[in-house]
Ligand binder design. Structure first.
Ligand code: ATP
Ligand code: MG
Length: 387
């Protein structure tokens, strides 16, 4: 009798002849998630099975595996041979109390001598005998014991399924560069794009010495949390100090944020091309702040030709916060360290910037020089999961 973890996907089922491509990425990403824990991984049909691990590592394994994009459910199961006595011995080890339950048997191995319903009844009887305060209930039950008799000669018996993150395996949807601030929104946007299979590259603009080392560390910490889901993240830290000083000195302050965004986008597009990314990702949500109006977004898009994805565009702040809490970035995001956008923050930012007036204001700057300065003044940190 062996204890192991069964992982199941769902959307990958819909793939046709290229299913293998998704499955291979899922396999590789699972190996990476298992990381330094000793365990075996093998694929059996549409399931991935993690076995031969130390039971003391099981909790840690589950925490890591449940964050691999592509899996929808996992269960800790007992594995025995397709043998009635072995199966019923395994059933005896399940302790249920004070609940309603049912047993469901699936018999893919048609040579197994007992019918599904009969085996379910035998297993149910054992459970009832061991735990007198149980009640069988075939609909709306509290617990379900599943007995899965496979064609490969092994039977898996398990009680609970743990919900995983779903999505598609990272690495199956191309590479995207995410503008990562230290705020609540952009980590959630990054999570969402990785969830659909994108490999993530990050870029953060800082205004050292106006922004501090702690603000930088906050972004590193956020990226570490994200990398538990997204895998390794190549994070670019670009100095934005000169840009901000120049805009502050030469431009009407109400255009500060709009022009900053446009320069960020230009620099990001160049980094994207260098890293073979096919899209830029931001954490903007329509109408959330003055710069996130249709006009503001249009003025940012106007300076790049690469597609810009905004996974949160239709999300309410509260919904974004819920996701940030669920994925574990919220507590770090709300640490009160300054962001470059809060330095030189104008009192009255323009809400609906018209392209001509933005361009006229920008003409006061040597944009090309500022972009080049940014591109010759950045640091790369490779972020690995914080596990
Ligand atoms: P966030 O919570 O992600 O900071 P926000 O609601 O505070 O978003 P803004 O500050 O207007 O909104 O930023 C909009 C988007 O611009 C961010 O979601 C992020 O993608 C990008 N961004 C803002 N500041 C930075 C920065 N310093 N470095 C990189 N990207 C940034
Ligand atoms: Mg912000």
């Amino acid at each position: 009798m062996q204890r192991l973890i069964i992982l199941r996907y769902s959307e990958i089922h819909l793939k046709g002849s290229n299913r293998g491509f998704f499955e291979r990425h899922l396999y590789d990403n699972t190996i990476k998630a298992i990381g330094d824990i000793t365990a075996n991984l093998h694929k059996g049909g549409a399931r991935y099975i993690v076995s031969d691990y130390n039971v003391n590592d099981e909790k840690k394994l589950i925490a890591r595996l449940s964050k691999v994009f592509g899996f929808n459910w996992l269960s800790v199961a007992l594995c025995v041979k397709n043998d009635v006595d072995e199966i019923l011995d395994a059933v005896k080890t399940f302790n249920l109390s004070n609940c309603t339950f049912r047993v469901s048997t699936r018999r893919a191995d048609k040579s197994f001598p007992i019918h599904s319903s009969e085996l379910s009844a035998m297993a149910g009887e054992i459970l009832l005998k061991n735990n007198p305060n149980l009640k069988v209930q075939l609909e709306s039950f509290d617990k379900e014991l599943k007995i899965d008799i496979r064609e490969d000669g092994f039977t898996y018996i398990y009680l609970d399924s743990i919900k995983c993150v779903g999505g598609m395996p990272v690495g199956t949807a191309g590479k995207a560069i995410c503008l990562l601030s230290g705020g609540i929104d952009s980590p959630v946007a990054t999570y969402k794009i990785a969830k659909r299979g994108a490999t993530v590259v990050g870029v953060h603009f800082h205004s050292y010495p106006y922004t501090s080392e702690r603000a930088k560390q906050k972004v590193i910490d956020l990226a570490k949390i994200l990398s538990q889901y997204c895998g390794k993240i190549k994070l670019h830290f670009v100095s934005f100090t000169k840009v901000q000083e120049e805009i502050h000195k030469k431009c009407n302050s109400k255009f500060m944020i709009t022009i900053m965004r446009r320069i960020m986008m230009r620099v990001t597009e160049k980094l994207a091309l260098k890293n073979k990314c096919k899209a830029i990702v931001t954490g903007e949500s329509l109408g959330q702040v003055a710069s996130q109006t249709m006009e503001g977004i249009m003025s940012s898009n106007a300076v790049v030709s690469m597609p810009v994805y905004r996974p949160l565009i239709g999300d309410d702040k509260n919904d974004i916060i819920d996701v940030a809490k669920k994925i574990g970035t919220f507590d770090t995001s709300i640490l009160p360290y300054e962001d470059c956008c809060t330095v030189f923050l104008p009192k009255n930012p323009i809400i609906k910037p018209q392209l001509e007036s933005v361009e006229a204001e920008e003409a006061k700057l040597d944009i090309q020089q500022l972009v080049d300065d940014c591109l010759s003044n950045y640091e790369i940190i490779d972020i690995e999961p914080n596990i």
